[in-house]
Ligand binder design. Structure first.
Ligand SMILES: [Zn+2]
Length: 342
């Protein structure tokens, strides 16, 4: 079916208490993994083009892969720009047929972030394309840990010890960077943002899903803004309370898991690093098993399968499995007919 916008997808998710997964379109294998997962789970899905993907594949190539995959698929797919860097890049994507945009003005002074965000939403809304804006700042793991430290921590068996190190090195700064609910109310009112990437304690590009996030802040932001909230850096967030217990991670007061965040009002969950890691681990294993292999597809296919399995498990966790038809019905009448033929 044709691409749908993320607007209805996320509003419906917000109303019904689940979240839509957003995964990166880094190459054809990743796009196929995500689309096949969405089809098997009957889930609406967002495929996003990151700044890294723009550098790697080029904007047009990355967008075309998603558009083609969406057209051939019966599930609703939105094509989203991740961490758009400027007004110009957002307009370029709007003209290229993206059905969901993002402006990340978190490095700018607040007034500039508001001004650029508002300018983008004003134009995008003329084409009925929604815009995600960022408030607070979601840090990157490299801001706290060097490459050697990450390798050492990822090998540590005592996960509670690793969580303590993360709290000690990144906790204070991450908390300072979190979005302020009162400021969020003003930000959303003045920008007309459709969804809000609000910093709530997660960190981009974590190597393991061990980090608790601040559920009190999710609830306060949800009450202050009433638009779908977006969780970035979800690869590093502990998935469930059961996982936390099994891995020996103690949650402090006001802290919670990915499952808690969805229950508290997060409607879009971005997962990138965990999918990359699953892909690489499976492809590495295939290569080690057949080091003389000369067919690139035989090495990439196990990676695709592993990525797909992980995407499916996130869809089930977020509650988006089985929601494709209802989302398509609210998105386009034609989409219902296509989906009904399945
Ligand atoms: Zn992000």
């Amino acid at each position: 079916m044709p691409l749908v916008t993320s607007k209805e997808m996320l509003l419906r998710a917000q109303q019904e208490g689940y979240a839509v997964g957003a995964f990166n379109a880094n190459n054809m294998e990743c796009v196929k993994a995500v689309i096949e997962a969405a089809e098997e789970e009957k889930a609406p899905v967002i495929l996003q083009v990151s700044q890294g993907a723009i550098k790697y594949a080029g904007l047009e190539m990355a967008a075309a892969m998603v558009m083609t995959a969406a057209r051939l698929s019966p599930v609703p797919v939105a094509l989203h720009l991740d961490h758009g860097t400027s007004f110009e890049q957002n307009i370029q994507c709007l003209l290229a047929g993206f059905t969901s945009l993002m402006y990340d003005g978190s490095a700018e002074p607040l007034e500039k972030n508001i001004a650029v965000s508002a300018r983008i939403t004003e134009i995008a809304h003329l084409k009925k394309v929604p815009v995600e804006c960022e408030l607070g700042k979601i840090p990157k793991v490299e801001e706290f840990f060097g490459a050697d430290e990450i390798i050492a921590l990822s090998k540590e068996k005592d996960i509670s010890k690793v969580v303590d190190v993360v709290r000690k090195k990144a906790g204070e700064k991450t908390e300072q960077l979190m979005a302020d609910p009162a400021q969020a109310e003003e930000f959303v009112r003045r920008t007309s943002a459709d969804s809000l990437a609000a910093a709530i304690g997660s960190i981009h590009a974590m190597w393991d899903d061990i980090q608790p996030i601040r559920i009190d802040r999710v609830k306060a932001l949800r009450a202050a803004t009433n638009i779908p909230l977006v969780l970035h850096g979800s690869s590093g967030v502990i998935r469930t309370r059961k996982d936390a217990q099994e891995r020996g991670i103690t949650l402090k007061e006001n802290e919670g898991t990915l499952e808690d965040a969805v229950e508290a009002g997060v409607a879009k969950v971005n997962v990138a690093t965990a999918i990359n890691m699953a892909f690489l681990a499976a492809s590495k294993k295939a290569f080690e098993k057949s080091p003389d292999e000369r067919d690139i597809r035989k090495i990439l296919l196990p990676g695709l399968q592993a990525a797909k399995d992980l995407v499916k498990s996130y869809m089930r966790l977020l509650g988006s499995s089985g929601r494709a038809q209802a989302t398509a019905a609210s998105g386009s009448a034609k989409a219902v007919a296509v989906h009904g033929e399945e």
